[in-house]
Design a protein around this ligand. Structure first.
Ligand SMILES: N[C@@H](CCC(=O)N[C@@H](CS)C(=O)NCC(=O)O)C(=O)O
Length: 251
């Protein structure tokens, strides 16, 4: 049995969720509400001591880290609609792109998202309540991030992260201008994991991601949104009142 703990189909949570839909694997979705800091509650920290989503429970075995979960699904269910190439060179290409999104692209988009979306959420509660919530966050860097969001990130950090966003977008556009999918001829985890962060940027970062400046990236975003698995995932989330959260709002 598979249970996926997540915030819904956006950012890091979207990676394993879309992989599960693409592979057609039955799973129980368990959505947590970030607005009430549910992911820092004791019951969830027993599942992921880092107090972060996503987390997968497979017959009682817990797997964390969004990209690791995706690779785990490929290892356990290799013959069900594979999302990882067979050729070692193409696997390396795929992992180069998943490593890049995890180590670079995700972070700059995330900081801007925290400034824009988490900041108002963090300011909506009293000082006392905020400090109480901080006590339950297991990762010290995340406490700093929550404090930065509440106070407003320093201007120089926001400028540096925006510079990295522009570099990231240019890199994706250049790759997609020469290849239909990031790792080569086939749709793979490289696309799913980068889409998790890029989807919605045509709205949140429309001066950088748009049909004029990044036509190949826009086409790729549309092609993934048009896939039956993505359509089903977003439609189901909408029915369950879980609006798609772009990475820029939740990472
Ligand atoms: N490296 C982790 C990062 C997970 C992560 O950043 N999750 C975010 C949601 S996308 C989260 O739980 N944020 C809430 C918090 O840290 O308080 C992964 O890829 O799974």
């Amino acid at each position: 049995m598979l249970t996926l703990y997540s915030f819904g189909p956006g950012a890091n949570s979207l990676k394993p969720m879309l992989a599960l839909y693409e592979k057609g694997l039955a799973f129980t979705p368990h959505f947590l509400n970030p607005a009430v800091f549910e992911h820092h509650e004791g019951w969830f920290k027993k599942i992921n001591p880092r107090g972060q989503v996503p987390a997968l429970d497979h017959d009682g075995k817990i797997i964390t880290e969004s990209t690791v979960i995706c690779e785990y699904l490929e290892d356990v269910f290799p013959d069900v609609k594979p999302l990882r190439p067979k050729d070692p060179y193409l696997i390396a290409q795929m992992r180069m792109w998943t490593k890049w999104v995890d180590e670079y692209f995700c972070w700059c988009v995330s900081t801007i998202g925290w400034e824009r979306a988490i900041g108002p959420m963090a300011r909506a509660i009293s000082e006392e309540e905020f400090e109480e919530k901080m006590k339950h966050i297991p990762i010290p860097e995340q406490v700093t991030k929550w404090r930065n969001a509440r106070n407003g990130f320093p201007k120089e950090i926001l400028e540096e992260e925006m510079r990295k966003v522009r570099i990231s977008i240019a890199r994706l556009e250049a790759r997609l201008a020469e290849s239909p999918w990031l790792a080569g001829p086939d749709y793979t985890l490289a696309d799913i994991c980068n889409f998790a962060i890029a989807n919605g940027m045509e709205r949140g970062f429309s001066d950088t991601v748009n049909d004029r400046d990044t036509p190949h990236l826009m086409d790729w975003i549309r092609r993934i949104n048009d896939r039956p698995a993505a359509k089903e995932m977003f439609a189901k989330a909408k029915r369950e009142n879980l609006a798609p959260r772009p990475a820029s709002a939740t990472a």
